[in-house]
Design a protein around this ligand. Structure first.
Ligand SMILES: Nc1ncnc2c1ncn2[C@@H]1O[C@H](COP(=O)(O)OP(=O)(O)O)[C@@H](O)[C@H]1O
Ligand SMILES: [Mg+2]
Length: 491
């Protein structure tokens, strides 16, 4: 059986048991109540029968029972209502006289407590009293005191139903109305059960759809997105569950795709790294081999070859160093070492480092700043690295007599830093890629860079929750800029 039909079966069974017990309880209650109601009505309509009878006949005169009058009364009453048995009781309940076959009356004394309650009229009917003909059985009755000179000398006690009442329960069972009532209860329960089964079927059908969708999803190795006819917005828990499942599948699919992407990038990176490492390595190897296998090289040639091999080893060193640097910056654990520092001190130090190199090529490095005491909140080492990379790029791309400008501008929130040059610029179709690792336009000289510098710059600026911007025009120049949080420097 399918798991959900099992759920349906359980629900249906639980409902069935509930309704059957409810029905049984209802029928019992109705039967009991109708019996009590029947007795109550009997007692109520015969309430005054003893009173009238006692008023009609002088049953006691001068302290003695008028047996003839009692017999006549009994006959009279029983003639009108055959279920009534008439007794004359003493003030404390002793059976004084009756008009029944002598041996059939077994009780000599009747309990007076229910009789008093009946006379007081405070207790709800039916009230049950002793039946002298069947001790132990309780019957509804009517009673009236018989007065002589204003004092109660006896009671006229009429047991209603007498022996005849035995038939009441059976007659109730035969009652057409009760049977119809019971049938109605059973009928309504059956209708309710049918409706319940239908409702459960409708409710579990939607769950069943969910299960079916999830099962297909599992069989498809959790790939793809689950499609479900759920309502938007969710109108109940089943809808919510459906949405959650759909969202979950989407999330899983996205993760799968992201993982695949990461895997592809990693593969690509490995290929790039291997390629970039191999080029200087094999050149180095080539030159060293030449020196080894050619003993007749002149000193000058040998020197030349050694120098070239050395240059390749430097490049290899730079490449490996930058790769390490980038890997470290990209690991999720790295956080800038935040501190407040005067930005212009850093700028001037850097300019000093590159001044000589620039002057040799006739390049000027200008620093433009409105406020010399400007402070920033950043990682000084990392920002040094950013400016170093940008300056090196600019130096490499300006012609002789070119100009490089370092501009710093700030307000009370942010400090903008710009490194601009009037060099050869970047073609607009290259701009989207220059921050990619290893990306170098074909026009670049192969030996000069690694293609990692701007990737490092971008990563560092992002670690400072900022962004690098670039504007460039071919043969006009390039400007890189980013901002850092402003910081008031301690006095
Ligand atoms: N100031 C600049 N002027 C012109 N082109 C630039 C400038 N800065 C960067 N580029 C271009 O962006 C590319 C990527 O720069 P980078 O990542 O630093 O690598 P690399 O400097 O090793 O070539 C460079 O190869 C170059 O083509
Ligand atoms: Mg560079």
């Amino acid at each position: 059986m399918k798991p959900l039909s099992r759920l349906y079966a359980k629900l249906a069974l639980a409902m069935l048991l509930l309704f059957v017990s409810l029905g049984a309880a209802l029928i019992l209650v109705v039967n009991d109540t109708s019996e009590m109601v029947a007795l109550e009505i009997t007692q109520r309509i015969n309430r005054d029968i003893a009173l009238h009878a006692a008023e009609d006949m002088p049953l006691i005169s001068n302290g003695t029972v008028n047996e003839t009058a009692l017999k006549e009364l009994a006959h009279h009453v029983m003639f009108i209502n055959p279920i009534v048995e008439v007794y004359l009781l003493g003030p404390r309940g002793k059976v004084l006289s009756h008009a029944l076959p002598y041996e059939s009356v077994l009780l000599q004394r009747v309990d007076m407590a229910p009789l008093q309650a009946f006379l007081a009229g405070e207790q709800a009917l039916p009230i049950f009293g002793d039946d002298p003909r069947s001790p132990g059985q309780r019957k509804v009755f009517s009673v009236s005191p018989i007065l002589e000179n204003g004092a109660t000398v006896a009671y006229l006690y009429t047991v209603l139903n007498g022996q005849e009442v035995q038939g009441l329960r059976e007659s109730l069972q035969d009652s057409y109305n009760l049977q119809v009532g019971t049938a109605n209860i059973i009928g309504s329960l059956l209708v309710a059960i049918a409706a319940g089964l239908l409702v459960f079927a409708v409710l579990t059908r939607r769950l069943q759809q969910l299960v079916a969708a999830v099962r297909t999803y599992r069989e498809g190795s959790f790939r793809g997105r689950i499609e479900l006819p759920t309502r938007q917005p969710a109108r109940d828990e089943v809808d919510e569950l459906g949405h959650a499942i759909v969202d979950m599948s989407e999330r899983i699919e996205n993760q799968f795709e992201a993982l695949q992407q990461v895997d592809n990038t990693r593969r690509e990176l490995m290929a790039n790294v291997s390629h970039d490492l191999r080029t200087p390595l094999s050149s180095m190897q080539g030159y060293l081999e030449t020196i080894m296998v050619k003993p007749d090289l002149s000193d000058e040639e040998r020197q030349n070859y050694l120098q070239t091999a050395y240059k390749h080893s430097l490049r290899l060193n730079q490449l490996v160093g930058e790769l390490f640097e980038l890997a470290k910056l990209e690991s999720s654990t790295v956080e800038p070492d935040w501190e407040q520092f005067p930005l212009m001190e850093l700028v001037h130090d850097l300019v000093q480092d590159y001044e000589l190199q620039a002057r040799e090529r006739g390049i000027s490095i200008a620093v433009k700043c409105e406020n010399v005491d400007i402070g920033v909140y950043a990682d000084i080492g990392l920002i040094h690295r950013v400016l170093e990379n940008l300056l090196e790029n600019a130096l490499r791309h300006v012609a002789k007599q070119g100009e490089i400008t370092l501009r710093v501008r700030g307000d009370e929130h942010k400090v903008w830093i710009e490194v601009a040059d009037n060099g050869d610029g970047i073609a607009s179709h290259e701009i989207p890629y220059i921050f990619d690792r290893f990306y170098r336009p074909a026009s670049e000289e192969p030996q000069t860079g690694t293609g990692l510098g701007l990737a490092i710059v971008k990563r560092i600026v992002e670690l400072h929750r900022s962004q690098v911007q670039v504007s460039s025009e071919l043969d006009k120049g390039t400007a890189f800029s980013f901002w850092l949080p402003y910081s008031r420097l301690p006095a």
